[in-house]
Write a protein that binds this ligand. Structure first.
Ligand code: ADP
Ligand code: MG
Length: 231
């Protein structure tokens, strides 16, 4: 039997990625960024407002594209994909958590976690089971029928985390996940992300909170679109 040629790529690889927004004046939100994230890594990225953090996360999340440079995700050169290919790759590999939770206000907790699975490869028969398991994991199974408006900020973020991981992505991208939370709830949500990380999911957390950044195994800094190693 012929042996397969296995090339071992990192989960995430940015090569000389620049993202320019045409002006005037033109803004280079990312400047020649190089980054590798391996399966199971836990990385934080800190930087002041306007430094390019969200731009970076949008590119990693296949929501935006580099103007220059390459992004390879799980071995796939994403620049070669059309929108359908990008959506499919995003849905199968990536979970997002946002500062403002972004839950659907007219849907129940359970529906909020089930609905995104309509757009990925999760088999129909497994969607609800996986959603229930994810909500159990984040300690929200007692509120399955509740509307998001009846939940506290910390509870909403727990539901958002369940939504992000229910389809078992390899990469969890969090953009200021604790930005709307108080200190105690921040610690709870970070404990939860770390709990998921210990199951093998790679976590990239963008934050301007140094305490949150310090919890990661590797800390990076972004300043004026340039990425550097903090620790
Ligand atoms: P951060 O998340 O660190 O606050 P962003 O990535 O949102 O920073 O923005 C980085 C820079 O790029 C800022 O100067 C911002 O004004 C600019 N920028 C971001 N998105 C756009 C856009 N769609 N069009 C023009 N400029 C943008
Ligand atoms: Mg931002």
């Amino acid at each position: 039997m012929a042996e397969a040629l296995v090339v071992d790529h990192p989960l995430v690889e940015l090569r000389d990625v620049t993202r320019s927004f045409p002006g005037p004046p033109e803004v280079q939100a990312l400047k020649s960024v190089n980054l590798q994230v391996h399966a199971g890594d836990y990385v934080s990225i800190v930087g002041p407002s306007g430094s390019g953090k969200s731009t970076m996360l949008n590119i990693l999340g296949l929501v935006d594209r580099p103007s220059v440079g390459e992004y390879r995700l799980a071995g796939t050169l994403t620049g070669n994909l059309d929108e359908a290919g990008r959506s499919a790759l995003r849905a199968s590999r990536i979970g997002f958590v946002f500062q403002a939770f972004h839950l659907l206000p007219r849907r129940s907790v359970l529906e909020n976690v089930v609905l995104p699975m309509l757009y990925n490869a999760t088999p129909r028969a497994e969607r609800e089971d996986r959603a229930r398991a994810a909500l159990d994991r984040v300690g929200m199974s007692h509120r399955l029928g509740a509307g998001p408006a009846t939940l506290s900020g910390g509870e909403r973020q727990r539901v958002a985390v369940a939504r992000a991981v229910a389809s078992r992505p390899d990469l969890l991208l969090a953009d200021e996940p604790t930005g709307n939370l108080d200190e105690r709830t921040t610690a709870d949500v970070m404990d939860l992300l770390e709990d998921l990380h210990s199951d093998g999911i790679a976590v990239v957390v963008i934050t301007h909170d140094r305490d949150v950044a310090d919890r990661a195994d590797r800390a990076l800094r972004i300043t004026d679109g340039r990425l550097s190693v903090l620790r």
